[in-house]
Design a protein around this ligand. Sequence first.
Ligand SMILES: [Zn+2]
Length: 302
Amino acid sequence: MNPLRYIPTTCAVFAALLTCADAKLNVVATLPDFGALAREVGGDKIDIVTLAKPTEDPHFVDARPSFVVSLRSADVLIDGGAELEIGWLPPLLQNARNPKIELGKPGRVQASAGVRLMNAPANVSRAAGDVHALGNPHFTTDPIIAKAVAQHIAQAFSAVDTANAGAYDANYKKFEATINSKLQEWGTAMLPFKGQTVAAYHDSWPYFGHRFSLNINVFLEPKPGIPPSPSHLAEVIALIKAQHIKAIIVEPFHDRKIAEKVASSTGAKVVDFTQFPGGLPGTDTYVKLIDKLVSNLAAALK
Ligand SMILES: [Zn+2]
Protein backbone atom coordinates (compact mmCIF):
# COMPACT_ATOMS: atom_id res chain seq x y z
CA MET A 1 0.00 0.00 0.00
CA ASN A 2 1.22 3.44 -0.85
CA PRO A 3 1.20 5.48 2.38
CA LEU A 4 0.64 8.68 0.38
CA ARG A 5 -2.83 7.43 -0.44
CA TYR A 6 -3.86 8.00 3.14
CA ILE A 7 -2.85 11.62 3.24
CA PRO A 8 -5.96 13.16 1.65
CA THR A 9 -8.24 11.11 3.90
CA THR A 10 -6.33 11.99 7.04
CA CYS A 11 -6.26 15.58 5.94
CA ALA A 12 -10.00 15.54 5.36
CA VAL A 13 -10.56 14.24 8.87
CA PHE A 14 -8.36 16.98 10.32
CA ALA A 15 -10.00 19.54 8.08
CA ALA A 16 -13.28 18.66 9.71
CA LEU A 17 -11.65 19.64 13.00
CA LEU A 18 -10.24 22.78 11.35
CA THR A 19 -6.70 21.75 12.19
CA CYS A 20 -5.28 20.73 8.83
CA ALA A 21 -3.20 23.59 7.47
CA ASP A 22 -3.04 22.09 3.98
CA ALA A 23 -6.77 21.48 3.57
CA LYS A 24 -8.07 23.24 0.54
CA LEU A 25 -11.56 24.60 0.16
CA ASN A 26 -13.66 22.20 -1.94
CA VAL A 27 -15.45 24.37 -4.49
CA VAL A 28 -17.99 23.24 -7.07
CA ALA A 29 -19.06 25.53 -9.91
CA THR A 30 -22.03 24.60 -12.06
CA LEU A 31 -20.68 26.28 -15.20
CA PRO A 32 -17.21 27.06 -16.58
CA ASP A 33 -17.54 30.86 -16.34
CA PHE A 34 -18.16 30.63 -12.59
CA GLY A 35 -15.36 28.05 -12.36
CA ALA A 36 -12.90 30.36 -14.10
CA LEU A 37 -13.79 33.30 -11.83
CA ALA A 38 -13.49 31.06 -8.75
CA ARG A 39 -10.03 30.00 -9.92
CA GLU A 40 -8.95 33.66 -10.25
CA VAL A 41 -10.06 34.35 -6.68
CA GLY A 42 -9.22 31.02 -5.04
CA GLY A 43 -5.81 30.42 -6.60
CA ASP A 44 -3.98 27.59 -4.84
CA LYS A 45 -6.23 27.73 -1.77
CA ILE A 46 -9.08 25.84 -3.43
CA ASP A 47 -9.78 22.58 -5.23
CA ILE A 48 -12.39 23.21 -7.86
CA VAL A 49 -14.72 20.96 -9.82
CA THR A 50 -16.74 22.48 -12.66
CA LEU A 51 -19.78 20.39 -13.55
CA ALA A 52 -20.68 21.40 -17.12
CA LYS A 53 -18.14 21.25 -19.94
CA PRO A 54 -17.46 24.52 -21.79
CA THR A 55 -18.69 22.93 -25.02
CA GLU A 56 -22.05 21.88 -23.51
CA ASP A 57 -25.28 23.87 -23.75
CA PRO A 58 -25.66 25.24 -20.20
CA HIS A 59 -29.45 24.93 -20.40
CA PHE A 60 -29.27 21.20 -21.17
CA VAL A 61 -26.32 19.64 -19.37
CA ASP A 62 -26.04 15.85 -19.12
CA ALA A 63 -25.91 15.13 -15.41
CA ARG A 64 -23.26 12.53 -14.60
CA PRO A 65 -23.17 10.47 -11.36
CA SER A 66 -19.86 12.14 -10.41
CA PHE A 67 -21.74 15.46 -10.08
CA VAL A 68 -23.58 14.23 -6.97
CA VAL A 69 -20.32 12.96 -5.47
CA SER A 70 -18.70 16.39 -6.00
CA LEU A 71 -21.71 18.26 -4.59
CA ARG A 72 -21.79 16.00 -1.53
CA SER A 73 -18.24 16.99 -0.49
CA ALA A 74 -18.42 20.67 -1.49
CA ASP A 75 -17.66 23.43 1.00
CA VAL A 76 -18.87 26.04 -1.50
CA LEU A 77 -21.21 25.79 -4.50
CA ILE A 78 -21.34 28.57 -7.08
CA ASP A 79 -24.41 28.51 -9.32
CA GLY A 80 -26.06 31.18 -11.45
CA GLY A 81 -29.28 31.62 -9.52
CA ALA A 82 -31.08 32.80 -12.66
CA GLU A 83 -32.58 29.50 -13.85
CA LEU A 84 -29.84 28.73 -16.40
CA GLU A 85 -29.26 25.40 -14.60
CA ILE A 86 -32.90 24.79 -13.63
CA GLY A 87 -33.23 21.85 -16.02
CA TRP A 88 -30.52 19.78 -14.35
CA LEU A 89 -29.22 21.13 -11.00
CA PRO A 90 -32.18 20.76 -8.57
CA PRO A 91 -32.34 16.92 -8.58
CA LEU A 92 -28.55 16.72 -8.13
CA LEU A 93 -28.72 18.97 -5.07
CA GLN A 94 -31.53 16.88 -3.67
CA ASN A 95 -29.46 13.72 -4.05
CA ALA A 96 -26.32 15.31 -2.62
CA ARG A 97 -28.04 16.34 0.65
CA ASN A 98 -25.22 18.69 1.62
CA PRO A 99 -26.42 21.25 4.19
CA LYS A 100 -23.30 23.41 3.68
CA ILE A 101 -24.42 24.46 0.21
CA GLU A 102 -28.11 24.99 0.85
CA LEU A 103 -29.63 28.33 -0.18
CA GLY A 104 -28.91 30.99 2.43
CA LYS A 105 -25.83 29.22 3.82
CA PRO A 106 -22.38 30.88 3.58
CA GLY A 107 -21.27 28.01 1.32
CA ARG A 108 -23.78 28.85 -1.40
CA VAL A 109 -22.94 31.58 -3.89
CA GLN A 110 -25.61 32.57 -6.39
CA ALA A 111 -23.72 34.54 -8.99
CA SER A 112 -26.77 36.55 -10.05
CA ALA A 113 -27.19 38.13 -6.58
CA GLY A 114 -27.09 41.87 -7.13
CA VAL A 115 -27.18 41.51 -10.93
CA ARG A 116 -30.10 43.13 -12.71
CA LEU A 117 -31.16 40.56 -15.29
CA MET A 118 -31.76 42.00 -18.75
CA ASN A 119 -34.91 41.35 -20.77
CA ALA A 120 -36.95 40.10 -17.82
CA PRO A 121 -40.48 39.44 -19.12
CA ALA A 122 -43.34 41.37 -17.54
CA ASN A 123 -44.96 38.06 -16.64
CA VAL A 124 -42.90 34.99 -15.84
CA SER A 125 -43.76 32.66 -18.66
CA ARG A 126 -42.27 29.36 -19.65
CA ALA A 127 -44.84 29.09 -22.43
CA ALA A 128 -43.70 27.36 -25.60
CA GLY A 129 -40.44 26.27 -23.95
CA ASP A 130 -38.89 29.71 -23.36
CA VAL A 131 -35.81 29.00 -21.23
CA HIS A 132 -35.24 32.65 -20.19
CA ALA A 133 -38.41 33.03 -18.14
CA LEU A 134 -36.76 35.05 -15.31
CA GLY A 135 -34.76 37.29 -17.62
CA ASN A 136 -31.54 36.60 -19.50
CA PRO A 137 -29.23 34.36 -17.42
CA HIS A 138 -26.04 34.75 -19.54
CA PHE A 139 -24.71 37.70 -17.55
CA THR A 140 -20.98 36.95 -17.10
CA THR A 141 -20.29 37.92 -20.74
CA ASP A 142 -20.16 41.54 -19.44
CA PRO A 143 -16.69 41.95 -17.85
CA ILE A 144 -18.04 44.48 -15.32
CA ILE A 145 -20.61 41.95 -14.13
CA ALA A 146 -17.89 39.25 -14.09
CA LYS A 147 -15.90 41.51 -11.75
CA ALA A 148 -18.89 41.81 -9.41
CA VAL A 149 -19.37 38.03 -9.45
CA ALA A 150 -15.67 37.52 -8.64
CA GLN A 151 -15.98 39.90 -5.69
CA HIS A 152 -19.03 38.05 -4.44
CA ILE A 153 -17.10 34.76 -4.71
CA ALA A 154 -14.14 36.27 -2.80
CA GLN A 155 -16.47 37.34 0.01
CA ALA A 156 -17.98 33.85 0.23
CA PHE A 157 -14.57 32.13 0.24
CA SER A 158 -13.40 34.51 3.01
CA ALA A 159 -16.50 33.81 5.10
CA VAL A 160 -16.11 30.03 4.84
CA ASP A 161 -12.30 29.96 5.03
CA THR A 162 -11.34 32.95 7.21
CA ALA A 163 -7.69 31.83 7.52
CA ASN A 164 -7.16 32.62 3.82
CA ALA A 165 -9.34 35.74 3.59
CA GLY A 166 -6.29 37.91 2.87
CA ALA A 167 -5.30 35.77 -0.10
CA TYR A 168 -8.81 35.81 -1.57
CA ASP A 169 -9.02 39.57 -1.24
CA ALA A 170 -5.59 40.07 -2.84
CA ASN A 171 -6.46 37.73 -5.72
CA TYR A 172 -9.74 39.54 -6.32
CA LYS A 173 -8.00 42.95 -6.35
CA LYS A 174 -5.51 41.66 -8.92
CA PHE A 175 -8.34 40.38 -11.13
CA GLU A 176 -10.22 43.67 -10.72
CA ALA A 177 -7.17 45.67 -11.82
CA THR A 178 -6.64 43.42 -14.86
CA ILE A 179 -10.26 43.77 -15.96
CA ASN A 180 -10.16 47.55 -15.48
CA SER A 181 -7.15 47.91 -17.75
CA LYS A 182 -8.44 45.40 -20.32
CA LEU A 183 -11.82 47.19 -20.51
CA GLN A 184 -10.09 50.14 -22.15
CA GLU A 185 -8.38 47.90 -24.69
CA TRP A 186 -11.57 45.96 -25.48
CA GLY A 187 -13.61 49.16 -25.71
CA THR A 188 -11.13 50.67 -28.18
CA ALA A 189 -11.21 47.53 -30.35
CA MET A 190 -15.02 47.54 -30.46
CA LEU A 191 -15.47 51.30 -30.88
CA PRO A 192 -15.52 51.30 -34.71
CA PHE A 193 -18.57 48.99 -34.65
CA LYS A 194 -20.63 50.97 -32.15
CA GLY A 195 -24.37 50.71 -32.80
CA GLN A 196 -24.10 47.81 -35.27
CA THR A 197 -26.61 44.98 -35.20
CA VAL A 198 -25.32 41.42 -34.94
CA ALA A 199 -27.25 38.14 -35.25
CA ALA A 200 -26.77 35.15 -32.96
CA TYR A 201 -27.99 31.60 -32.82
CA HIS A 202 -29.18 31.92 -29.19
CA ASP A 203 -29.84 35.00 -27.06
CA SER A 204 -26.64 34.66 -24.98
CA TRP A 205 -25.16 38.10 -25.66
CA PRO A 206 -27.30 41.02 -24.43
CA TYR A 207 -24.81 41.83 -21.63
CA PHE A 208 -21.79 41.65 -23.95
CA GLY A 209 -23.69 43.75 -26.51
CA HIS A 210 -24.69 46.30 -23.89
CA ARG A 211 -21.12 46.66 -22.65
CA PHE A 212 -19.72 47.24 -26.15
CA SER A 213 -22.66 49.18 -27.65
CA LEU A 214 -23.77 46.48 -30.10
CA ASN A 215 -27.34 45.32 -30.74
CA ILE A 216 -27.16 41.53 -30.63
CA ASN A 217 -30.90 41.06 -31.01
CA VAL A 218 -31.62 38.95 -34.11
CA PHE A 219 -31.75 35.22 -33.34
CA LEU A 220 -31.82 32.03 -35.37
CA GLU A 221 -33.87 30.45 -32.57
CA PRO A 222 -37.47 31.72 -32.61
CA LYS A 223 -37.39 31.65 -28.77
CA PRO A 224 -34.50 30.81 -26.44
CA GLY A 225 -34.25 27.01 -26.35
CA ILE A 226 -36.51 26.42 -29.38
CA PRO A 227 -34.69 25.11 -32.49
CA PRO A 228 -34.82 27.24 -35.67
CA SER A 229 -37.74 26.50 -38.01
CA PRO A 230 -37.67 27.09 -41.80
CA SER A 231 -40.30 29.85 -41.57
CA HIS A 232 -38.42 31.66 -38.79
CA LEU A 233 -35.13 31.35 -40.69
CA ALA A 234 -36.75 32.89 -43.77
CA GLU A 235 -37.70 35.92 -41.66
CA VAL A 236 -34.20 36.10 -40.19
CA ILE A 237 -32.62 35.98 -43.67
CA ALA A 238 -34.85 38.86 -44.81
CA LEU A 239 -33.93 40.85 -41.68
CA ILE A 240 -30.17 40.24 -42.09
CA LYS A 241 -30.37 41.42 -45.71
CA ALA A 242 -32.51 44.46 -44.89
CA GLN A 243 -30.26 45.58 -42.01
CA HIS A 244 -26.98 44.62 -43.72
CA ILE A 245 -25.99 42.49 -40.72
CA LYS A 246 -22.43 41.23 -41.15
CA ALA A 247 -22.01 38.63 -38.40
CA ILE A 248 -23.86 35.58 -37.03
CA ILE A 249 -22.59 34.38 -33.66
CA VAL A 250 -22.59 30.62 -32.99
CA GLU A 251 -21.42 28.68 -29.94
CA PRO A 252 -19.76 25.24 -29.96
CA PHE A 253 -22.98 23.37 -29.10
CA HIS A 254 -25.10 25.00 -31.82
CA ASP A 255 -25.82 23.57 -35.26
CA ARG A 256 -23.20 25.48 -37.24
CA LYS A 257 -24.61 24.22 -40.55
CA ILE A 258 -27.83 26.18 -40.00
CA ALA A 259 -25.83 29.35 -39.34
CA GLU A 260 -23.69 28.67 -42.45
CA LYS A 261 -26.82 28.29 -44.56
CA VAL A 262 -28.14 31.64 -43.34
CA ALA A 263 -24.69 33.15 -43.93
CA SER A 264 -24.49 31.86 -47.50
CA SER A 265 -27.96 33.27 -48.29
CA THR A 266 -27.08 36.70 -46.93
CA GLY A 267 -23.34 37.34 -47.20
CA ALA A 268 -22.98 37.56 -43.40
CA LYS A 269 -20.08 35.73 -41.72
CA VAL A 270 -20.40 32.98 -39.11
CA VAL A 271 -18.41 33.99 -36.01
CA ASP A 272 -17.29 31.41 -33.46
CA PHE A 273 -18.13 32.59 -29.97
CA THR A 274 -18.33 30.98 -26.56
CA GLN A 275 -19.68 32.28 -23.28
CA PHE A 276 -17.37 29.90 -21.40
CA PRO A 277 -13.62 29.95 -20.81
CA GLY A 278 -12.29 26.83 -22.55
CA GLY A 279 -15.10 26.75 -25.13
CA LEU A 280 -12.73 27.74 -27.95
CA PRO A 281 -8.96 27.23 -28.28
CA GLY A 282 -6.95 29.89 -26.43
CA THR A 283 -9.75 30.87 -24.03
CA ASP A 284 -8.71 29.09 -20.86
CA THR A 285 -9.08 32.18 -18.62
CA TYR A 286 -11.84 34.77 -18.43
CA VAL A 287 -9.60 37.53 -19.80
CA LYS A 288 -8.43 35.37 -22.72
CA LEU A 289 -12.07 34.54 -23.43
CA ILE A 290 -13.08 38.19 -23.82
CA ASP A 291 -9.87 38.84 -25.82
CA LYS A 292 -10.97 36.12 -28.25
CA LEU A 293 -14.59 37.31 -28.51
CA VAL A 294 -13.48 40.87 -29.21
CA SER A 295 -10.93 39.84 -31.85
CA ASN A 296 -13.26 37.33 -33.59
CA LEU A 297 -16.11 39.81 -33.77
CA ALA A 298 -13.93 42.74 -34.84
CA ALA A 299 -12.52 40.61 -37.69
CA ALA A 300 -16.04 39.76 -38.93
CA LEU A 301 -17.40 43.31 -38.68
CA LYS A 302 -14.48 44.99 -40.48
ZN1 LIG B 1 -30.01 30.93 -22.79
